[in-house]
Ligand binder design. Structure first.
Ligand SMILES: Nc1nc2c(c(=O)[nH]1)N[C@H]1C(S)=C(S)[C@@H](COP(=O)(O)O)O[C@H]1N2
Ligand SMILES: [Mo]
Length: 258
């Protein structure tokens, strides 16, 4: 039975049930099999509805190799400017480190090799950009939750703020730097990964090498490329424009659910 049918049936039955309750004493009615059934139905529908509405762990759809897009569009930065990134790239990112700091008990500085020692996850998902295009790609990386666990969150940690190597705008205060943020529900979601692989190869520079975020229940701009640092914070207010991301500071939604 589909959710819609059971819900409809529930509404019909509960209307009948409410009428019956008005006409009779409760003692007699709870022994009435029909009412018992209505009460059970009500409970199971309530549970299912709550699960559907409240489920924080719901998975984004995953696809098969046959669904992979032959071309995955590159959007936004396709290679960060500046000598620092150029040097890292020339050296095949051997000197690159991901810093994990802020409200953690053990700040980390992780090389790509360090990240590859964590258990990995591979997922084939559809990327949806607000500009109106989608593409299906295969991503391999380490679940962000495992990295955060190994850094040890302090009790007041609420958000993971992810800083990127690129700036889309030159501004004196540096607010042109690309960054993004997640709450702990999305940070620990099983499909939220720090990806170092794409379609079976190393992550290409155009798609965010050496490391990018995949947060599969949200829109494309949340998927920060060229990650350099993850800072755990209790508030987004003091960071750049205060809205939790480069595009959020320019008016986009912070929770960019698909
Ligand atoms: N650092 C950084 N991350 C970024 C962007 C960017 O310009 N810089 N663009 C975002 C947008 S709008 C999209 S749709 C995706 C595009 O990822 P792709 O180039 O792998 O398709 O990256 C997102 N992450
Ligand atoms: Mo996008």
């Amino acid at each position: 039975m589909t959710m819609v049918l059971s819900r409809r049936r529930f509404l019909r039955l509960s209307t009948a049930g409410a009428g019956a309750l008005l006409l009779s004493g409760c003692d007699r009615l709870t022994q009435d099999e029909r009412v018992q059934h209505i009460l059970e139905m009500a409970e199971s529908v309530t549970k299912a509805t709550q699960r559907a509405l409240l489920s924080k762990g719901a998975l984004a759809r995953e696809y098969t190799e046959a669904d992979l897009s032959p071309v995955f569009k590159v959007n936004g930065t396709n290679m960060p400017d500046g000598e620092e990134y150029a040097r890292l790239m020339d050296n095949n990112f051997a000197e690159w480190r991901l810093v994990v700091d802020g409200l953690v008990s053990h700040p980390l500085s992780l090389s790509l090799a360090d990240l590859k020692r964590f258990p990995s996850r591979t997922q084939i998902t559809r990327h949806d950009c607000v500009e109106g295009w989608s593409a299906i790609g295969k991503w391999t990386g380490v679940p962000l939750g495992l990295v955060l666990q190994s850094a040890g969150l302090l009790p007041n940690a609420r958000y993971a703020v992810l800083y990127c190597a690129d700036s889309l705008e030159e501004t004196p205060d540096g607010s042109g730097q690309y960054y993004e943020s997640l709450d702990l529900i999305d940070a620990f979601h099983p499909q939220t990964i720090l990806a170092y692989g794409m379609n079976g190869d190393d992550l290409p520079v155009a798609h965010g090498a050496p490391l990018r975020l995949r947060v599969e229940r949200q829109l494309g701009y949340k998927h920060a490329k060229y990650l350099m640092r993850i800072q755990m914070t209790d508030s987004l207010a003091g960071i750049a424009g205060g809205k939790g991301g480069y595009w959020e500071d320019r008016g986009y939604e912070w929770y960019a659910g698909i």
